[in-house]
Design a protein around this ligand. Sequence first.
Ligand SMILES: CC(C)(COP(=O)(O)OP(=O)(O)OC[C@H]1O[C@@H](n2cnc3c(N)ncnc32)[C@H](O)[C@@H]1OP(=O)(O)O)[C@@H](O)C(=O)NCCC(=O)NCCS
Length: 142
Amino acid sequence: MIIELDKENQTLIEQLEDSFPHYFLKNPINKDFEQNIFTKYFIYQEKSNIIGFVNYYDLYERYEISYIEVKEEYRNQKVGSKMLDYLIEEAKKKNIENITLEVNVQNENAIKLYEKYNFKKVAIREKYYDGVDGYLMERKMM
Ligand SMILES: CC(C)(COP(=O)(O)OP(=O)(O)OC[C@H]1O[C@@H](n2cnc3c(N)ncnc32)[C@H](O)[C@@H]1OP(=O)(O)O)[C@@H](O)C(=O)NCCC(=O)NCCS
């Protein structure tokens, strides 16, 4: 089940941060909500466990995926695909023109997931990830 995170729902925010501490210790959700009016999160829940989430920016006519992760033990079981299905459906409803993201060139699994959803490599971001290049990928919606 996919649930949009509401900034008033502190219980769910804490649960998400506890589920992915390596990420959220550096990127606390409440601080992000305070500093970035465009930021949005949704989670993928299975039997009240959070096993995946997406953070993206809702920027007028476009979306930008900031981060997506699935818990290690649930990877390669289509959870990432279901989350992208959801995001793309939302984008269609809102007449979003394109969705972009940056990904480490060495992150083969993520690149495969994005390519499956018709994201195309449109530029190289040199040394974007601690000296490693990134791809800017774009999924046109129209
Ligand atoms: C990238 C990530 C979110 C993918 O989530 P996922 O739930 O494993 O993805 P899915 O099961 O929906 O797989 C989607 C496609 O990616 C590819 N893929 C994903 N994991 C794979 C693996 N371990 N081996 C081979 N291919 C893989 C496959 O092509 C798959 O499509 P298919 O099942 O139709 O063949 C997950 O690997 C992850 O959390 N990685 C760590 C965090 C990360 O790197 N995030 C991206 C930041 S830009």
